[in-house]
Design a protein around this ligand. Structure first.
Ligand code: TNX
Length: 543
């Protein structure tokens, strides 16, 4: 018995006295700077969070939730600092946006930041310093909630760090969107680009135009959308596959995201990728031929909004008025991609418009379309983003360009003095395969393994220093033609999103693939506890 007691006490002392080395620090994205000290801070049932601001910064304290789950502790948030064992939040207006400094001492932790995101990122870093069991949803026994004494100075390299989710090709429930928001916050990402409209489905309730969701949100079946998967609903069909978010759902998602530091940018596609809208209101197209909501891919996309009729613009303005009410984001994304403009070339209304506006070709007509929408969006105090096709025929004066067909559109836009978000297919398309095709679930094509994402750099060297400042950051795009389930969506996102978060957050000089793979393997244990269906072998494959 004595031997057992000695053993047990040695063991628990050993645990208390754990000495951390640099190799134990497994944070993703990697912080700008950290120095390890001696000793540890230990979270207990009595640990307090001391918040004492004059401003009412909203802080989502992830640790409260985590300790509730794992220990059933209700850790207290107070104004007054106790004598020891507390985490204090200090407002420091000298820090940059989203930056934080973390000082861990044996008796207290301080997190300094100037905004809510900075504080949250400090908390997310503590979460990753804690043992992986902190991610458990159930009570954990015998956990030692210690983190090393250390100092971290951290801030993002880019201000825009996004993930695009296509909820149009396949609809995903709001609960999944909220889960994804949590995961973005965990990786210190700050934008969810919400692709709400496409040919195969209209996903947001618009009160003025109820048919958009009555008709446009449903189609015949869920058949995958590969090139030859074209099936179109007709009025006789039972179109039951699909779904949409009510305005209440959208408010819920946006409120949730805002509290987690995530900006939700709505994308309302135009003039193409809108067959779901034309199926609902045929008068929006040039020739008003009745069409159905397609289940399959429809490239080239010729059924597009008519640019000749003023009623099209009236419709779009009314839609955007409701959208703008729902999304506090500074940005409205209007799509703009892949419009095959053969109908415009034949349509009398479009021809008339081109004459009166002195437009030479259909590219200039698209430019007219986007500029007109930009004027409206700007008049409501918002800024327009579009895919790089909006460069064709001349860019709208204030537009931000999202460069997807490589980086060249982004380079051109930056040279014209426009802001840019880089999202090239080569590095940022999460609908691509991430491993050998015969071992992976069916994907759209392409090959973008983890290592390729990790190499991503939104900055293009040919730009001048002033032009480089226009590159706001980058984003991964998950198109969902082939993705019908949440678990498949998770599989495509993880772990590639972790690689992207480091590419967008950490200083370029710190990038180190071997060190990253070492950290990502330890992150996998967290993903398992969080029920994330990540691609397990992804890190073994290199580009
Ligand atoms: C092109 S990327 C599209 C999407 C497709 C994607 C498939 C972009 C702006 N448009 O509509 O889903 O390719 O990878």
């Amino acid at each position: 018995i004595i031997a057992i007691m000695v053993f047990v006490s040695l063991f628990s002392c050993g645990k208390q006295a754990k000495v951390f080395t640099e190799n134990d620090i497994k944070i993703i994205p990697q912080p700008v700077e950290f120095t390890l000290g001696e000793g540890v801070f230990k979270f207990t049932e009595n640990t307090k969070f001391v918040v004492n601001f004059k401003d009412d910064l909203v802080i989502t304290n992830i640790l409260l939730e985590k300790f509730k789950n794992t220990e059933n502790w209700n850790l207290e948030v107070t104004k007054e600092a106790p004598t020891n064992n507390y985490v204090e939040f200090i407002l420091d207006n000298n820090l940059n946006n989203e930056a934080y400094q973390l000082t861990v001492a044996p008796d207290k932790i301080t997190i300094s930041a100037k905004d809510a995101k900075g504080f949250m990122y400090g908390l997310e870093t503590i979460r990753q310093l804690l043992p992986v069991e902190i991610e458990s949803k159930e009570k954990v026994s015998n956990a030692n909630w210690i983190i090393p004494v250390m100092e971290i100075k951290d801030q993002p390299r880019f201000q825009y760090r996004g993930l695009h989710l296509d909820v149009a090709r396949h609809f995903f429930k709001k609960e999944y969107i909220k889960k994804t928001i949590d995961r973005l916050a965990m990786l210190k990402m700050n934008v969810l680009h919400f692709h709400l409209v496409d040919d195969q489905g209209w996903r947001i309730e618009i009160k003025k135009y109820p048919k958009l969701t009555e008709v446009g949100a449903f189609r015949l079946d869920q058949e995958d959308l590969h090139w030859d998967g074209r099936r179109v609903t007709t009025p006789e069909d039972e179109a039951t596959y699909g779904g949409f978010y009510t305005q209440e759902d959208i408010k819920e998602i946006v409120t949730y995201a805002t509290a987690k530091g995530i900006e939700v940018i709505p994308e309302i596609e135009m003039p193409a990728h809108v067959m779901s809208a034309i199926a609902s209101y045929p008068e929006l197209s040039c020739f008003e031929t009745p069409i159905g909501v397609p289940s399959g891919g429809v490239w080239p996309i010729t059924e597009i909004y008519c640019a000749g009729k003023d009623s099209t613009f009236e419709f779009l303005e009314n839609v955007l008025l409701e959208v703008i009410e729902l999304f506090p984001s500074k940005y409205i994304h209007i799509g703009g991609d892949e419009a095959t403009k053969t109908n415009w070339a034949k349509c009398p209304n479009c021809q008339k418009r081109m004459k009166t506006e002195q437009l030479e070709n259909v590219e200039e007509l698209q430019s007219y379309f986007v500029k007109r929408m930009e004027k409206f969006i700007n008049s409501k105090g918002k800024s327009l983003i579009g895919w790089d096709e909006i460069l064709e025929g001349g860019l709208a004066p204030e537009a931000t360009v999202m460069s997807w067909r490589g980086v060249k559109g982004g380079v051109e836009a930056a040279k014209q003095g426009h802001d840019v978000i880089m999202t090239p297919g080569s590095h940022c398309y999460f609908d691509h395969y991430q491993g050998p095709q015969n071992e992976e679930p069916l994907a759209w094509g392409g090959y973008t393994p983890l290592s390729k994402v990790y190499e991503f750099d939104p900055i293009v060297e040919e730009l001048s220093e002033a032009e480089k400042k226009h590159i706001l950051g980058g984003q991964a795009n998950l198109w969902s033609e082939q993705i019908q389930t949440e678990s498949h969506s998770e599989y495509m996102i993880f772990p590639r999103l972790a690689a992207l978060s480091e590419a967008l957050w950490s200083p370029k000089e710190l990038r180190d693939w071997n060190y990253f793979t070492n950290r990502i393997t330890s992150m996998f244990k967290r993903y398992e506890l969080l029920d994330i269906n990540y691609a397990k072998s992804a890190y073994l494959v290199t580009a």
